[in-house]
Ligand binder design. Structure first.
Ligand code: GLA
Length: 384
């Protein structure tokens, strides 16, 4: 990869972004590199956002993918804790299971790929079949993870940022309405990767945006995540059927292996006989967060005892899909040449609940003309 446009991340550039620049930034040299050509010949890019302590996110305009995330351990040693590839084309050619990507128009599953809105029924691509039951997953065949976004480096409150925009056409992947999406990634001095989502539409449509980074706090490719200790502030979950579609119930997790209201190693109870774990092949469920306020609050923590790396997840969303990499099987080899084995990465996807367009009792995911969807998720890293 060659550097094609080194530049300073200064106010002149920031002014071109559609966001407020509140103060003159402490400019640091930033860069954008080529991230290789897509199979159709278009060039993808890789942007680096870094703070003074070395915490760094490399993000592509292809799929809005968080390609790398460099986090210090308890001795200050940086490691890349995000699974991924070293060029954009591999994400398509190797059929990446959404490594690091922005997910939309609808993150998670829609039963039978169908929903009815304002009296009209819409059909979506059936691109997933857990338990042999077809559904639409993560926006269909070509979701927001597989498109080239328009990228603008910016500075927000002095922090390096990247503003990504994508206009999803009316009818794209079966969804109604032209949806204009803006996602802003920023890196803060507190070692946070912040993601601000915004969307507007010209026709009513379901929208559920998230990020699908696979974390391994030992460093990508360094084995299983079963020893990571997880806590989620979520006393309830939305149980699923064999097709990983919610039944519509909201049930307490107390007394089940899905109870992470106190910290537990992920592997501790993963083999306990339990119908939900059987359907998911492990953890692959939506937790109903205790925080239903729509305000940015701490909802989960993740600790890897050997390195000491610690991650806190904050979100305004009402749900959290915890997926522990059950479908990884060692066939995909990542950017540093290491195979990604079974459960070698885990996702904490902040979201609205799966299949909400077909579940009237779940919080609504319908965005209407004149409304602006706004959502924020923040991953904060430290070590202990
Ligand atoms: C989501 C789903 C999982 C799986 C992964 C991608 O997190 O919940 O079942 O499909 O995406 O492999």
């Amino acid at each position: 990869m060659k550097t094609i446009m080194p530049f300073l991340r200064c106010s002149a550039l920031a002014l071109t972004a559609s966001i407020a620049v509140l103060s003159a930034p402490a400019c640091s040299a930033a860069n954008v590199k080529s991230f290789g050509k897509l199979p159709d010949g278009r060039e993808a890019h890789l942007y680096t956002l870094q703070n003074a302590s070395g915490f760094r996110a490399d993000i592509s305009d292809f799929g809005g993918i968080v390609v790398s995330l460099y986090v210090a351990d308890k001795n200050g040693k940086l490691a890349d804790v995000s699974l991924g590839f070293d060029n954009a084309a591999d994400y398509l050619l190797k059929k990446a299971p959404y490594f690091g990507a922005l997910i939309g128009r609808y993150g998670n599953r829609i039963a039978h790929g169908k929903f009815t809105l304002d009296g009209q029924t819409y059909s979506l691509p059936l691109n997933d079949k857990p338990g042999n039951i077809p559904c639409s997953l993560h926006g269909g065949d070509v979701g927001f993870d597989k498109v080239l976004w328009t990228a603008k480096p910016a500075t927000i409150e002095g922090n390096p940022a990247l503003v990504l925009t994508y206009v999803s056409k009316d009818g794209e992947m079966g969804y109604p309405g032209t949806l204009t999406v803006e996602v802003t990634y920023s890196v803060t001095p507190k070692n946070e990767l912040r993601i601000d989502y915004k969307a507007t539409t010209d026709k009513a449509t379901p929208v559920n945006l998230t990020n699908h980074t696979y974390f391994n706090l030992k460093g990508e490719g360094n084995g299983s995540i079963l020893d990571h200790v997880l806590m989620m502030k979520a006393a309830k979950t939305t149980p699923v059927n064999a097709g990983l579609i919610p039944t519509g119930e909201i049930v307490p997790v107390a007394g089940t292996p899905l109870d992470f209201t106190t910290p537990h190693a992920i592997g501790e109870r993963i083999n306990v006989p339990n119908e939900q774990l059987k359907f998911g092949g492990g953890y692959d469920h939506n937790w109903v967060l205790d925080n239903q306020s729509g305000k940015l609050e701490l909802v989960a923590t993740l600790h890897e005892p050997a390195s000491g790396r610690f991650m806190e997840v904050f979100t305004t969303e009402p749900g959290l899909q915890f997926y522990c990499g059950n479908f990884l099987d060692g066939t995909l080899v990542g950017k540093s040449g290491k195979a990604y084995g079974h459960r070698s990465g885990l996702c904490l996807e902040t979201q609205h609940y799966p299949d909400s367009p077909n579940q009237p009792s779940f919080p609504s995911t319908i965005l209407r003309p004149g409304e602006t969807l706004k959502s924020t998720t923040l991953y904060r890293f430290s070590a202990k």
